[in-house]
Design a protein around this ligand. Structure first.
Ligand code: CDP
Ligand code: MG
Length: 241
């Protein structure tokens, strides 16, 4: 198969879809019958803050950012039932995967989605007011049921952020991976190459990781700058920990 037949994209079924029992609907809209795409990976994720911040890094500093983190972490839709806070992360593979799923998802703003593409998934979304401490409405957050990667660079960054190579069947891994030669541990924003009490082991020798992660960890451990932040690598190893 040609590499373009193996295009991959990340989909998140967001907490509003789970809360409103629209998971089955979303999955059927994205099914192989409708899209010709196949599952490459799937996991139920309790989204922690570091993962939320990394996933939406491009929106850091915007008025709706904090509210967006609460949304993707499930705190908005499950304020009193913490155990229900989760998203479903999916990797789809197949020709034109990115654009096909963006088209079925529809425009970001649910109002616009209803007008411009009736029948798209996001036409079922809602707008949620973003308020300051005094209750003044500053903006509206778009609760639009589904995340879908926007372009090949985003898809690569996002699939590597949410999935380890071992989460995908070997024949469906399109990004380079290899075994680590080193130990890497993470604790409170710092990286270590030997065990520190209270640290989490990100990688041990023999663990298969994305080559870009291994390269970033090697540079960061040597006190150098890498192509991505430590958090962008560590976030995925802390999923469901
Ligand atoms: O998800 P999409 O790629 O279509 O849009 P984005 O511009 O990358 O924004 C990511 C997410 O942030 C959106 O899906 C919305 O949930 C949220 N957002 C928002 O609440 N208000 C905005 N003005 C822009 C985005
Ligand atoms: Mg986007």
């Amino acid at each position: 198969m040609d590499t373009k037949d193996f295009e991959q994209t990340l989909v998140l079924i967001k907490p509003d879809a789970l809360r409103h029992s629209l998971t089955g609907y979303v999955l059927s809209q994205l099914s192989e019958f409708h899209t010709g795409l196949r599952f490459a990976g799937a996991k139920i994720v309790r989204v922690h803050r570091m993962l939320a911040e990394e996933h939406y890094a491009e929106h850091r500093g915007k008025v709706f950012f904090e509210s967006l983190l609460e949304y993707i972490m499930g705190a908005s839709h499950y304020p009193d039932e913490e155990w229900k806070r989760r998203v479903i992360a999916l990797a789809y593979v197949g020709p034109g995967a990115i654009q096909k799923i963006r088209d079925i998802a529809g425009p970001t703003n649910p109002h616009e989605a209803r007008v411009k593409r009736p029948g798209c998934i996001r036409a079922l979304g809602t707008l949620f007011p973003v308020k300051d401490a005094s209750g003044t409405v500053l903006d509206e957050r778009m609760d639009n049921l589904i995340h879908a990667s926007a372009n090949p660079a985003d898809a690569e960054r996002e699939i590597k952020l949410w999935f380890k190579p071992g989460d995908l069947p070997p024949a469906m891994r399109i990004y380079e991976s290899r075994a680590s030669d080193e130990h890497y541990y993470y604790k409170e924003g710092k990286l270590f190459t030997a065990y520190e009490p209270g640290s989490v082991c990100l990688l041990a020798p023999g663990n298969v990781a994305w080559v870009s992660d291994i390269e970033a960890l090697r540079l960061l451990a040597g006190g150098r700058k890498a192509s991505c932040s430590l958090e962008a690598v560590a976030a995925k190893y802390l999923i469901n920990e």
